[in-house]
Design a protein around this ligand. Structure first.
Ligand code: ATP
Length: 227
């Protein structure tokens, strides 16, 4: 299994204790292409953030590539996650004072164990190849405030791929985009999937969901499998 989500619960203290993710379990095998649909507020982003390691669950375990990172210290955990998971968060997530190329290479610079010049060159080369695949090579030296929403999203996707993750998580990757930009992004995902990347995305859009072969539905924090 590439991803095992075991009995994940996330509670928030509001006026009363609120359960955003309620005892969720599921697994993905390598090369799965899965999507989670569900109404706004049903807990999808919270679940994705827990899988990505951005948020800690109140209860449960996440096992990625047969590794339980719970015993790891923070640095080991982020090192492992960075090499295994690529995350495209909701909305605009690029740093505005960095160019596309700098945004894309940032995860590599932050987490690469070995920052020898050869490896930096290797990172730049990979970034160029990925940008070519995503048809954004022309944006290399451009800052986010000079890009369209679809271009920013494609830069964020390429950034998520820079460390060659086995698992790509994407939260509403086509939200707010026109049909053509959405299609470009979904074609990019299909290409990545055919090259062996496991994909888990969250979407409201049934057309986007049709690209996936495994479908989950989230309702009031509970996840059900409906395919
Ligand atoms: N830090 C927090 N403190 C309290 N409640 C929170 C917090 N973060 C999220 N929630 C609540 O948890 C629930 C799930 O939120 P989440 O963002 O996961 O939903 P979602 O399904 O991704 O929604 P959307 O489709 O609108 O992005 C919501 O009711 C939200 O208000």
């Amino acid at each position: 299994m590439l991803l095992e989500v075991k009995n994940i619960r996330k509670q928030y203290q509001r006026q009363t204790l609120f359960c955003a993710v309620d005892n969720v379990s599921f697994s993905l095998q390598q090369r799965d292409y899965a999507c989670i649909m569900g109404r706004s507020g049903s807990g999808k982003t919270t679940l994705l953030n827990i899988i990505a390691g951005i948020s800690t669950p109140t209860q449960g375990r996440i096992i990625i590539d047969n590794t339980d990172i719970a015993p790891f210290d923070d640095e080991q955990a982020s090192q492992f996650r960075n090499q295994t998971i690529g995350y495209v968060p909701q909305g605009s997530s690029l740093l505005t004072n960095l160019t596309a190329m700098e945004n894309i290479c940032l995860p590599y610079y932050l987490y690469s164990k070995n920052k020898q010049p050869d490896n930096i060159e290797c990172c730049n080369k990979r970034a160029q190849q990925l940008m070519q695949m995503a048809e954004i090579s022309h944006l290399s030296e451009i800052y986010p405030n000079q890009m369209s929403g679809g271009e920013m999203r494609r830069v964020a996707i390429v950034r998520a791929l820079i460390c060659s993750p086995k698992l790509l998580l994407a939260d509403e990757p086509t939200n707010d985009l026109d049909d053509e930009s959405s299609r470009q992004i979904m074609q990019l995902f299909s290409g990545l999937h055919s090259q062996g990347t496991t994909i888990l995305l969250v979407t409201h859009d049934h057309e986007v969901a049709n690209y996936a072969s495994k479908h989950f539905k989230m309702e009031a924090g509970k996840l059900t499998d409906y395919s």
